[in-house]
Design a protein. Structure first.
Length: 126
């Protein structure tokens, strides 16, 4: 439903894949040269997360592109008015931008990805 609303303003791809969820998402993103993955997260912590794992976390750690993890709230929140998501606005922060994702959000997403990779590399050397 959301994809249909956003498709008028930005290119949106929806796909159905099979397999382990995180691996299937990452493989599809690599194969299809996806620019940005938007994934919902339940926000589980502690024992629940340890036992169930986190698809969103695995995707964030292994994706070939930036990942925007969106917390799922209950009850569902209203979608931003479509005029905010029209061309000329960043889809992440809704500030005026000629690009799909403004330079500030793009820098933050890339910085988070670089920081995560550096932490993983350091952890691997320990």
């Amino acid at each position: 439903k959301l994809a249909e609303e956003f498709r008028a303003a930005v290119p949106v791809v929806t796909a159905v894949e099979s397999g382990a969820p995180a691996a299937a998402i990452v493989e599809y993103a690599s194969r299809s040269r996806i620019d940005l993955i938007v994934i919902g997260t339940h926000g589980r912590t502690g024992v629940t997360r340890t036992l169930l794992g986190s698809v969103a976390e695995r995707v964030v750690r292994t994706a070939p592109c930036p990942v925007l993890a969106v917390p799922i709230t209950r009850p569902p929140i209203a979608v931003a008015p479509l005029e905010v998501t029209q061309p000329g606005h960043c889809v992440v922060c809704a500030s005026p931008s000629e690009d799909l994702i403004c330079s500030t959000c793009r820098a933050r997403i890339r910085g988070e990805a670089v920081g995560r990779k550096q932490r993983e590399e350091r952890a691997g050397r320990s």
